[in-house]
Design a protein around this ligand. Structure first.
Ligand SMILES: [Zn+2]
Length: 54
């Protein structure tokens, strides 16, 4: 269950990293914006509290 996510800059949308991130902070080398990433404990893409089943 290796699921990779794309970590992009919240400011300029530059691709910073790829993979799994748990409580990480990446500084964008392009615009200098520090992007804080929260832990993703669950394997599902339920970032928001939305009960939408497929
Ligand atoms: Zn950026």
């Amino acid at each position: 269950m290796t699921k990779e996510i794309e970590i992009r800059c919240a400011h300029c949308n530059r691709l910073l990293a790829k993979g799994r991130a748990i409580s990480l902070a990446i500084k964008c080398p392009r615009c200098g914006t520090i992007n804080h990433l929260r832990a993703e404990s669950t394997s599902r893409e339920s970032q928001q509290e939305d009960h939408s089943e497929r």
